[in-house]
Design a protein around this ligand. Structure first.
Ligand code: EPZ
Length: 422
């Protein structure tokens, strides 16, 4: 058991390079399964985070050779895929294991996973994934917690997603690469990570158009080859760090980011009173004093991202006046409210809406617990603003999506460390 101890109250100042995007590298790693050329694929700028390590274990359990060259460079050889199901423990460990369904179905004609189950942020069904795969010709069987899909031959189809699900869009896109004929995905999600997946797959020989819009066309089957690919920067880690500058009244320069991927975030931070400058591949943020925001609504991209709802809430607990945050994507993503309240935040929740009244300062000496990776990051941010000590338990949640967050913050002058919790 570990915990992160923060001694806050100091403005964060300095420069940081961005990390590669977790939500881009995970589907790209699943898409590797489509490559039966026997040639290596090199992925660069892979973030060194727990979810990437779990996805490597999943791929290795399927027979993929994985070599870690260090510095975010991973080499994969997918010549021999030896099985179509992954160990139960790995499937349960990470919802993104569902991403292997589309590629394995396209590669082997069959796949078995165990349902990803719910998690700390809500029920998280995969009905849209399954409906999309069925439309391509898969026969789906759900037995207990196992889901299997079989399809001797996948055929292109027109698929209309009930809602712009990121994962369902990606899963269907990957399966459609192996389907005969043209597939249209309507009401597709438009996240930058989906564009990254399209760019990666086309680089390897697929023929996909339209990612980033709500209609994606995939012409299959695409014969994939080897190559090397650099993953885009992580807009959620970048947004979290901008908010760290805001909540501490500091000044942070982030390099190697893509500012337009954060437009909804920087717009809200400016509205809250932060001074944000941007260049081609950098963002500078200066913090406080902050003013409350009447409405922050989480939306599918290009709206305000649900993954930054918790860090934004931490920021607004110290903004002058009242704010309202509406979590409209997940049905259970307000668990950090309780923990922020322990620190003296004034927040009331009505359904999916959280109303925040800014306070002068948060309380020292509290022990709070991370319930999911973004909630954990939000608690660390809040602790950075506390004049005194805060302990954040269960930092393993944070490690799923942030590489050594405490080291990043310490490099900006924060007094923060990770210790073994007795
Ligand atoms: C991706 O999750 C991200 N994960 C999430 O990031 C992110 O919060 C989410 O997209 C929204 O942007 C990865 O990319 C690995 P969805 P995903 O399908 O694909 C419902 C983080 O913190 N839904 O777009 O699971 C679902 O319940 C993580 O980095 C269905 O009803 O999200 C949710 O309410 C957390 N049926 C909404 O759609 C389905 O079949 C959006 O989910 C699929 C989803």
């Amino acid at each position: 058991m570990e915990k992160i101890i923060v001694y806050g109250g100091k403005p964060l100042v300095g420069e940081l390079e961005s990390d590669g995007a977790k939500n881009s590298v995970l589907p790209i790693m699943a898409a590797l399964i489509l490559n039966d050329s026997g040639e290596d694929i090199v992925i660069e700028n892979a973030p060194d985070i727990r979810d990437v390590r779990v996805m490597c274990k999943i791929l290795m359990s399927l027979g993929v050779k994985v070599t870690d060259r260090g510095g975010g460079c991973l080499v994969f050889n997918t010549a021999n895929i030896t099985t179509s199901s992954i160990p139960h423990s790995l499937s349960r460990e990470m919802r993104s294991s569902v991403f292997i369904m589309g590629p394995l179905l396209a590669r082997l004609g069959r796949v078995q996973v165990c349902g990803p189950g719910g998690c700390a942020i809500g029920s998280r069904p995969i009905d849209l994934h399954l409906r999309g795969l069925k439309a391509l010709g898969a026969r789906i069987e759900e037995k207990g917690e196992y889901i299997s899909a079989v399809s001797p031959l996948l055929r292109g189809a027109e698929i209309h997603l009930d809602l712009p699900s990121v994962g369902a869009t990606e899963n269907v896109m990957m399966a459609a690469v192996g389907a005969r004929g043209e597939t249209l995905i309507k009401n597709a999600a438009r996240e930058p990570e989906i564009v990254d997946l399209q760019t990666f797959l086309n680089y390897l020989g697929a023929d996909i158009r339209g990612a980033g819009t709500s209609t994606i066309r995939i012409k299959g089957p695409g014969l994939l080859r080897g190559g090397s690919y650099r993953v885009i920067p992580d807009r959620i880690v970048a947004g979290t760090l901008l908010m760290a500058a805001g909540i501490t009244g500091g000044s942070i320069l982030l390099r190697n980011v893509i500012p337009r991927h954060l437009e909804a975030v920087t717009a809200k931070l400016r509205e809250a009173g932060m001074d944000i400058e941007e260049g081609e591949s950098w963002l500078r943020a200066r913090g406080r004093p902050l003013k409350g925001l009447q409405k922050v609504r989480t939306q599918a991209y290009p709206g305000f991202p649900t993954d930054l709802q918790a860090p934004m809430m931490a920021l607004l607990t110290l903004a002058r006046g009242r704010s309202s945050i509406y979590e409209e994507i997940f049905d259970g993503r307000l668990k950090h409210v309780e923990e922020l309240r322990k620190m003296g935040a004034r927040i009331s929740v009505e359904g999916s809406r959280a109303d925040i009244t800014g306070v002068e300062g948060l309380l020292p000496g509290k022990v709070v617990k991370a319930t999911d990776l973004r909630a954990g990051a939000a608690l660390v941010l809040a602790a950075l603003a506390v004049k005194g000590q805060t302990e954040v338990m269960n930092p393993e949640h944070i490690d799923r999506g942030y590489h050594h967050l405490e080291e990043k913050l310490a490099s900006l002058g924060a007094e923060v460390m990770r210790v073994r919790a007795l």
